[in-house]
Write a protein that binds this ligand. Structure first.
Ligand SMILES: Nc1ncnc2c1ncn2[C@@H]1O[C@H](COP(=O)(O)OP(=O)(O)OP(=O)(O)O)[C@@H](O)[C@H]1O
Ligand SMILES: [Mg+2]
Length: 250
C-alpha cells in the first residue's frame, strides 16, 4: 500500500538513507528499529513529507507521492516532545485541528477516542498539570481526531517507563486495530519493537538490515549486526532481571 522504491537521501555528502526499498500494508503496525543516528527519524520525515529525497520514489495506493507536499499526503505525526499548546487545556488541544477542518471526526468519535485513551478525567486540565504519559495520550488523541491515512510516531514511549509505557503501548495497538490504521513507529528499543508491531524494519547506517515479523527476527536474525545489537540487548535485559530475582530470593 505504501511503497518506498530505492529511496536515497544525503546530507552534506553523507548518505543517510541508502537505496531503501520497502512496503507497508494497510492496517499494519511497523516499527523502525535501529541505533542512534541510523536514519530512523529521517525515514519518518521522508514519509511524512517534511524531508525531500534525492532519488527514488514514494508510492501510496498507486499514487506517486514523491513530489506531493506534506499537507496533501494526509499523513500525521506525533513528535517525541508532544508539541502541545500550553495555553489550552487538554480538550482544547485534542480538538484544535478540527477548528480548521470541522467534521473530520464527529463529536461522538471524539468522545470515543477520549474514553479509549483514558483522558475523560483530564479534559479540563492545563498541559502543565498533566503527567508525561497523559501528555502523550493527549498528543495521540489530537493527531487521531484528524483521521490520518497513516499514523507516524517518533519514539512515543521513550520518555515513559514501566506500567505507563505498557498501557500506552496497549492503547496504540488497540487504536491501530480498531481503526484499521496503518501505523509506523520509530524506536531504538528492541523489546518495544518486537512486542508492539506486526513487522519490524531494522536499519543500520541507512540500510535495511532486516524487515520481517518479530518471530522471524528472533528465530532467524538476518545477520551479525542483528544478533549482536538487537538480540544481545534483549538477552542482557533478561539476565539482569533474572539475576535481580535470584538476588532477592537468595
Ligand atoms: N537536517 C539535517 N542536516 C544534516 N544532517 C542531518 C539532518 N538530519 C539528520 N541528519 C543526520 O542524519 C543522520 C541520521 O539522523 P536521524 O535523525 O535520522 O537518526 P535517528 O536514527 O533518528 O537517531 P536517534 O535515534 O538518535 O533519534 C545523523 O547522522 C544526523 O546527524
Ligand atoms: Mg530520531
Amino acid at each position: 500500500m505504501l511503497e518506498l522504491k530505492n529511496v536515497t537521501k544525503s546530507y552534506n555528502g553523507n548518505v543517510i538513507l541508502n537505496d531503501m526499498s520497502l512496503n507497508v500494508q494497510e492496517g499494519e503496525i511497523v516499527s523502525i528499529l535501529g541505533p542512534s543516528g541510523s536514519g530512523k527519524t529521517t525515514l519518518l520525515n521522508v514519509i511524512l513529507g517534511i524531508t525531500e529525497i534525492d532519488q527514488g520514489e514514494l508510492i501510496y495506493k498507486g499514487e506517486n507521492l514523491t513530489n506531493v507536499p506534506m499537507e496533501q499526503r494526509g499523513f500525521n505525526i506525533v513528535f517525541q516532545d508532544y508539541a502541545l499548546f500550553p495555553n489550552l487545556n487538554a480538550y482544547e488541544n485534542i480538538t484544535y485541528g478540527l477548528k480548521n477542518k470541522p467534521g473530520i471526526s464527529s463529536e461522538e468519535e471524539v468522545e470515543d477516542l477520549i474514553d479509549l485513551l483514558g483522558l475523560r478525567e483530564h479534559l479540563d486540565k492545563r498541559i502543565e498539570q498533566l503527567s508525561g504519559g497523559q501528555k502523550q495520550r493527549v498528543a495521540l488523541a489530537r493527531t487521531m481526531v484528524m483521521k490520518p491515512r497513516i499514523l507516524l510516531l517518533d519514539e512515543p514511549l521513550s520518555a515513559l517507563d514501566g506500567v505507563i509505557k505498557e498501557s500506552i503501548k496497549d492503547r496504540i495497538k488497540t487504536i491501530a486495530r480498531e481503526y484499521h490504521l496503518t501505523t509506523i513507529i520509530v524506536t531504538h528499543d528492541p523489546e518495544e519493537a518486537l512486542t508492539l508491531s506486526d513487522r519490524v524494519l531494522i536499519i543500520n547506517q541507512g540500510k535495511i538490515s532486516q524487515y520481517a515479523e518479530p518471530a522471524e527476527i528472533i528465530n532467524r536474525p538476518g545477520n551479525h549486526f542483528i544478533r549482536e545489537f538487537i538480540l544481545n540487548q534483549l538477552e542482557i535485559k533478561r539476565n539482569n532481571i533474572f539475576s535481580l530475582f535470584q538476588y532477592k530470593t537468595a
